[in-house]
Write a protein that binds this ligand. Structure first.
Ligand code: COI
Length: 355
């Protein structure tokens, strides 16, 4: 399917940053993948080319109506030099669900995985190997038709860029402080909350900015209708351990179906730890804490993997979780998941795909 892939290699390789200078999403590898779409030709002209700016018409629909989708996944290099991708099919399948919601044409999952493997093979020297580092892969689609009518675009570009990354939060796997957002909402059921589309992230910036000013790393999002059910934390799914049982908000149409969320649920079940997906109110969480039942809280996502929550502030009521320390289960989940991803631990659920 990708027989016509053109590869243009750069003659001007960039200097790679030191592992301790990576941060998140600041540096990009030497090459990128691009493929075009038109209603007449479908997806066509797959190519790998030197990483470079793209030229778009100022009237391109992506700028005006936000018709755009993205994904995030990671590749790792093992001690014996193999390159492993974590559940890449899940991300591309989710991309197609987002595409469907945003009236963007479907991608062939196998073609995208093949493109990804080829791109990684061209830039494999960019995969960092220091602890807590990886190659973050950002596939995305933009609507490129230069036309101002509100209607699905007739032209798109699918692009993959890659970034060697360190920890997403400067706290790493240390607990973050979270502000419970009561004024703004991230999304509502029936909207685009379960799609990985730019607008959901733009909608969150204001609250994030305010939380930062107050000394918090991120916000905890409540539902847009009742303003009482917990949805997500920052750009992550969220879990709570209450009396030995793990609870996470059920997918309800406004919550992103996280690949890490799904993996944590599977891993917990594999360990015979009970996991319940259900609506959870912020009030019951505070009550559970008062009763000594709230043992741990953590966010899950591709970027940060597991991010323990040490403190919540809901309308000036401050709740400290597990003495503000990383919980035992959060740590075990982080160590196990990153161990599997880096090829250091057995992969009991068959998640890793060799690139
Ligand atoms: C993730 O954790 O995968 C995210 O969605 C964060 C990303 C937007 C940087």
């Amino acid at each position: 399917m990708l027989q016509s892939l053109e590869i243009e290699l750069t003659s001007n390789k960039k200097q790679q940053p030191a592992a301790d200078q990576l941060g998140f999403g600041n540096h990009f590898t030497d090459h990128m993948f691009i493929m075009d779409y038109s209603t007449d030709n479908g997806w066509h002209k797959p190519r790998i080319q030197p990483y470079q700016p793209i030229v778009l018409d100022p009237a391109a629909k992506v700028f005006h109506y936000g018709q755009t989708i993205f994904e995030g996944l990671k590749a790792y290099k093992t001690d014996d030099g193999r390159v492993l991708l974590f559940r890449p099919h899940k991300n591309i399948q989710r991309m197609n669900r987002s595409n469907e919601r945003l009236s963007v044409p479907e991608l062939n999952v196998d073609v995208v995985i093949e493109a990804l493997k080829q791109l990684i093979s061209v830039d494999k020297d960019w995969i960092p190997t220091a602890p807590s580092t990886s190659l973050y892969i950002r596939p995305f689609i933009i609507a490129t038709q230069p036309q101002l009518g509100v209607a699905p675009s007739t032209h798109y570009q699918f692009i993959i860029i890659m970034s060697p990354v360190g920890a997403y939060y400067t706290e790493g796997v240390n607990p973050v402080k979270i502000f419970v957002e009561s004024e703004y909402v991230r999304s509502v059921k029936g909207g685009v909350g379960e799609a990985k589309t730019a607008g959901n992230y733009a909608a969150g910036l204001k609250a994030q900015e305010i939380a930062k000013e107050k000394g918090y790393s991120q916000v905890l999002w409540l539902d847009g209708v009742h303003r009482k059910y917990i949805e997500e934390v920052g750009s992550m799914n969220v879990f709570f351990k209450l009396k030995g049982v793990v609870h996470t908000p059920a997918l309800n149409g406004s919550i992103l179906d996280g690949v890490t969320r799904n993996s944590i649920i599977q891993l917990l079940k594999h360990w015979n730890i009970e996991v319940i997906e259900r609506p959870i109110t912020i009030e019951e969480l505070y009550k559970a804490s008062q009763n000594g039942e709230l043992e741990e809280a953590f966010g899950t996502g591709t970027a940060a993997v597991i991010s323990p929550i040490g403190e919540l502030n809901w309308q000036d009521d401050v709740l400290i979780i597990n003495d503000g320390k990383t919980g035992e289960l959060s740590k075990k989940l982080y160590d196990t998941l990153t161990g599997i991803q880096m090829g250091k631990l057995e992969d009991p659920l068959g998640w890793m795909v060799e690139a």
